[in-house]
Each structure stands twice: as structure tokens, then as C-alpha cells.
Design a protein around this ligand. Structure first.
Ligand SMILES: CC(C)C[C@H](N)C(=O)O
Length: 544
């Protein structure tokens, strides 16, 4: 079964390239998989241990898997079959699980997010491809499906990094994802990749902690830590230590692969917390076998998603915030007009950058409110005290990185492409997609040119990382991004685990959820590019 799984992954060669017949084939494969699971139930059922007891865990795993398929499989047939099966099993008097929580995000009402059963044809194709390749359609993808074009580029890249031919073995890749997500205590991503790691035959012992993993992976701990929290401190000496470690040495290609994975998963942790992503149905915290307290639970609800109340506060301060969008648009207009009048001097421009950078460090993020549920993941990384906070509290400065000396377009891109063909291209497309994505809307207003606002967001993040574009006037940032927005950005990018629902709700209160997810895409990609720039510059310095 394991082999078949691998084979079917190998055949899948990129989103959008599958034709109808290979989709049908994928569906058939999943159906067979379901049938195999059902066959496995029979003997277990015969033994009938008490429901919920540990000897029943195989049965429970199957039930949870069926539940996930009944909700998340983009193939309608499979969803139907699984729902029917659960119903039959329930009729036998066996307790079946139900999903916990209300949909893919804690911040966004479930009814506003696309339902797997109600998507247009092109999104359906993306979902099917993703499912056929990854055997899941995760909550991240569902939330991203507000922006299908971006989602496609994202999934293609992620699939390539994790599953296609590449310098690192599969279990190493997932282990690196775990290391990266654990730096931000992102139990959601850790859980997903612990499952994947075991699926591709990873050694359980490594999950006890980095010190039980091979020396080679342990050495990556240092740059994982630096990249996640203070990437400007990365030097060519760090790179040299990894490349010249005798029998534990990394090759350049392997190192690029690892660095791309680390930065991808640091920023994906930001997205996960920034959008309040819920645990997957089939992971810890995503389901329960306990019956609901009020009325008798009906299996139909599992399939329809009717099981929960939506706790969204629609009345949230609309009155007092009235005019926020219009004011912002007015400021954009004024800036546009002033731009043409006066040009600030070079020194003045540099001062504005420095001012913004220093101010960004002083934005306070901590709001010790909600605590994120987590499984014990601290063991995956040592030195938990090393974070952004400790550094900024000490009043250290972020040095300035001039984009004209080293940029993604002129330097980073070609270095990645040389050492890990195709990935440079894919990342480039993904960055551009995020940077250029627009619907020309601002909340309810149409036909608005939002490039100035989107650029301010992107450049603000790079500014926090010390990266300066000398043709950009950083004075614009203060005009366009208000305090609550800056708090959200800073938290989401620098200490994502501290993002709260209140922060999400406090910024841009009149904007749509899809626009807030759009903001998250910008933040995530800008963060990834910033980290990557520091890593690639260090590698280039080592090589020259
Ligand atoms: C992030 C938002 C300001 C994006 C805006 N709705 C647009 O379509 O450009």
C-alpha cells in the first residue's frame, strides 16, 4: 500500500497539468483506499472491544480518517461513500467521531470560507490535484482558496519542495518542516509533518528531540534559530560550518533545499497564526468521540457542516469605524498627488527609513491573552529563550541591508535556480503573484488602485528586517498603516504565536475577511523573501 501511494505521487507532475482521466484515476485510487480501510474494520468489529478503549485505536484511526474524507475530500463520490459508511457503522452501535470547532479558521466564520462541496470548476481542479497529491485538503488551503490563483502557485511550490525529486530525502524534508514550525511553537504544522514524517518511513526516535536526530540535522538547528528570529546575524561562517563538517557535511544543493524549507515553514507558521487556522479534523484537537452535550448527534451533520454555531460577532463596532476606508483612500489620493510635486533629498529619504525601522522595533506585540493549545513540541528545538522579543528588548539595532547591493531579482533568484533548478522560478512566480495580486477593491469600493497600499505593507515588513529600497519613500508607511495594523503585522511576522483573535479583529474593521487573508499572503511572502535574502547573501559571500 505504501508503495502504491508513492507511485501515485510520482505520476502527479504539477497542479493544473492533470487531465480529466488522471483525475478519475486519482479518485479511483482514493476509493480503493477507502474500501481497504472498510475491510480492515470487519475483523476489528468482530473483536468488539469497548468503544474508545485503547485496544480500539486502529478502529478509531479509521473512523477519524473516514470523517476527514467525508468532509474534506473534493471528490463527491468519496465524500458520499464515507458518510454512508459512518452512518452504517453508527447503526451498529459503534461511537463515531465528530469534528470539533467550527471550520478551518478561528477568526473567520465557516460560512464565509469556501465549502469543499460548493466550488467553481477551476478551484475544484486545484482541490482535486492537491488532494490526489497530498491525500488531504488542509485548513490552510481552504482559507487560501479566497485567492485561487495564489493557492495554485503556493501548492505547486510546496508540493515540489516536499515530494518531487530534490537534493534531500523525504523524511529529512518533513523533519526540517517540524524544526522550522517548532521555532514558532506552531503545533498545527508540527502535527501535520509529524504524520508525514512517519508516513514516509521516518524514525520515531528522532521525534523525541533534535538530539536524537542525525548530527547533520542537528547542525541545522543554529541557522533555523537565527533565520527565524534575527536573520541579519547570519554570516558566511555559519554556512561554512555546515558545508565543511567532514562526514556530516551538507552539499550546497542540500543546503539550499533546507534553507527554502526553513523559510517557507517559518512564514507559513506566521500565516497559520495570522489566520487562526484550526487543527485538522484528523489531527489532535480536531475531533472528539464524546457525544455532544445537547441533542443527539446526527451523522448527516458531519457531512454538511451543520454541527456548530458560528460565533462571529457581526455587529463589531461598525458604527464607530465608519469612514475608516474612505479616510485611507483619501490619504492614498493625497500621497499620489504630492508625489509629483516635491522630491525629498537622498539624506532625507534615508532618515525616513531609519526612523520607520527604529519605530517598528518599538511596536509592542505581547498581549498575554489566549494560549495556543500545543502538544509537547519544545523538545524539537533547544534554546527556547532565543526569540525576537529578547533581542528587541535589549535595544539592539537591526543593521541596514541595501536592496541595490543584493536583491531577489538580481541575485537571490539566479543563485537558487543554479543550485536547485525550477525552485527559483517557482518562488519567483509565487512572490510576484502575492505582490501583484489585486481585485481593485477596498472593502465595498470598486475600481481602486491599491498598489500604493500593498507596496507599503510589503516594504514595511522588509523595513522591519532592515531591508531598504532607496527609491521608496518610507514616510508613506506612516500615512497608510495605522497603529493597530502595525501591531498585527509585527506580531504576525516576528512572534506569530502571540497573534490573538482580538488583534485580527482590531485592524481594518470594515474590510472583508478575504482582504485580511490577502494581507496575510503579503506578510507571509514578504517575510519569506526577507529571510531568504539574508540566507542567500551569506551563501554568496561564502562562495566568493
Ligand atoms: C489587501 C487589500 C487592500 C487588497 C485589495 N482588496 C485589492 O484588491 O487590491
Amino acid at each position: 500500500m505504501e508503495m502504491q501511494h508513492q507511485e501515485s505521487l510520482g505520476r502527479w507532475d504539477g497542479l493544473g497539468s492533470r487531465d480529466a482521466s488522471s483525475r478519475a484515476e486519482a479518485m479511483e485510487f482514493i476509493c480503493q483506499e477507502v474500501m481497504r480501510k472498510v475491510e480492515a474494520i470487519e475483523p476489528i468489529k468482530a473483536a468488539t472491544p469497548a468503544p474508545g478503549s485503547s485496544s480500539n485505536s486502529d478502529l478509531n484511526d479509521i473512523l477519524v480518517h473516514l470523517l476527514m474524507l467525508s468532509r474534506r475530500c473534493p471528490f463527491e463520490d468519496v465524500r458520499g461513500r464515507c458518510t454512508q459508511l459512518l452512518r452504517d457503522i453508527q447503526d451498529l452501535g459503534i461511537r463515531i467521531p465528530r469534528p470539533l470547532g467550527s471550520g478551518p479558521s478561528r477568526f473567520i466564520p465557516e460560512k464565509e470560507i469556501l465549502q469543499v462541496s460548493k466550488v467553481d470548476a477551476s478551484t475544484q481542479a486545484i482541490f482535486e490535484d492537491a488532494f490526489a497529491a497530498l491525500r488531504r485538503l488542509d485548513n490552510i488551503s481552504l482559507v487560501m482558496s479566497f485567492h485561487p490563483q495564489y493557492l495554485e502557485s503556493f501548492l505547486r511550490t510546496q508540493h515540489y519542495l516536499l515530494q518531487m525529486d530534490g537534493p534531500l530525502p523525504l523524511h529529512y524534508r518533513h523533519y526540517i518542516c517540524i524544526m522550522a514550525a517548532a521555532r514558532h511553537q506552531c503545533s498545527y504544522l508540527v502535527n501535520l509533518h509529524v504524520n508525514d514524517f512517519l508516513q514516509v518511513g521516518g524514525n520515531t526516535k528522532w521525534l523525541n528531540g533534535l538530539n536524537e536526530a542525525p548530527q547533520k540535522l542537528q547542525q541545522l538547528g543554529e541557522i533555523n534559530k537565527i533565520l527565524a528570529h534575527r536573520p541579519w546575524l547570519l554570516t558566511k561562517e555559519h554556512i561554512e560550518r555546515l558545508l565543511k563538517a567532514e562526514e556530516h557535511s551538507w552539499s550546497l544543493a542540500e543546503l539550499i533545499h533546507a534553507v527554502v524549507l526553513l523559510t517557507h515553514y517559518h512564514s507559513l507558521s506566521s500565516f497559520t497564526f495570522g489566520c487562526g487556522i484550526m487543527p485538522e479534523i484528523n489531527c489532535d484537537g480536531g475531533h472528539t468521540f464524546r457525544p455532544p452535550s445537547v441533542s443527539q448527534y446526527c451523522v448527516c451533520d458531519i457531512a454538511n457542516g451543520n454541527g456548530h454555531a458560528n460565533h462571529h460577532n457581526d455587529l463589531l463596532g461598525n458604527q464607530e469605524m465608519c469612514g475608516e476606508v474612505e479616510e485611507l483612500m483619501e490619504r492614498m489620493k493625497q500621497l499620489q498627488e504630492c508625489r509629483d510635486d516635491e522630491e525629498a533629498s537622498q539624506e532625507e529619504m534615508a532618515t525616513r527609513f531609519e526612523r520607520e525601522k527604529t519605530e517598528s522595533m518599538l511596536v509592542v506585540t505581547s498581549e498575554d491573552e489566549e494560549c495556543v493549545p500545543s502538544r509537547d513540541i519544545s523538545r524539537h528545538f533547544e534554546d527556547t529563550s532565543y526569540g525576537y522579543q529578547d533581542f528587541s528588548r535589549r535595544g539592539e539595532q537591526v543593521p541596514t541591508f541595501r536592496a541595490q547591493d543584493y536583491s531577489w531579482e538580481d541575485h537571490g533568484f539566479s543563485l537558487v535556480n543554479r543550485l536547485y533548478p525550477d525552485v527559483g522560478q517557482m518562488l519567483d512566480e509565487k512572490f510576484q503573484m502575492a505582490y501583484n495580486l489585486t481585485y481593485n477593491t477596498m472593502a465595498t469600493h470598486k475600481d481602486v488602485d491599491t498598489s500604493m497600499l500593498r507596496r507599503a505593507i510589503w516594504n514595511y515588513i522588509h523595513c522591519m528586517f532592515g531591508i531598504r529600497y532607496d527609491d521608496y519613500d518610507y514616510g508613506e508607511i506612516n500615512q497608510l498603516l495605522d497603529r493597530s495594523f502595525k501591531i498585527y503585522i509585527k506580531t504576525m511576522v516576528c512572534s506569530p504565536e502571540k497573534t490573538t483573535k482580538r488583534m485580527y479583529e482590531s485592524f481594518w474593521r470594515q474590510f472583508q475577511h478575504s482582504e485580511k487573508v490577502h494581507v496575510n499572503l503579503l506578510l507571509m511572502e514578504a517575510r519569506m523573501q526577507a529571510e531568504l535574502l539574508y540566507a542567500l547573501r551569506a551563501i554568496t559571500r561564502y562562495m566568493t
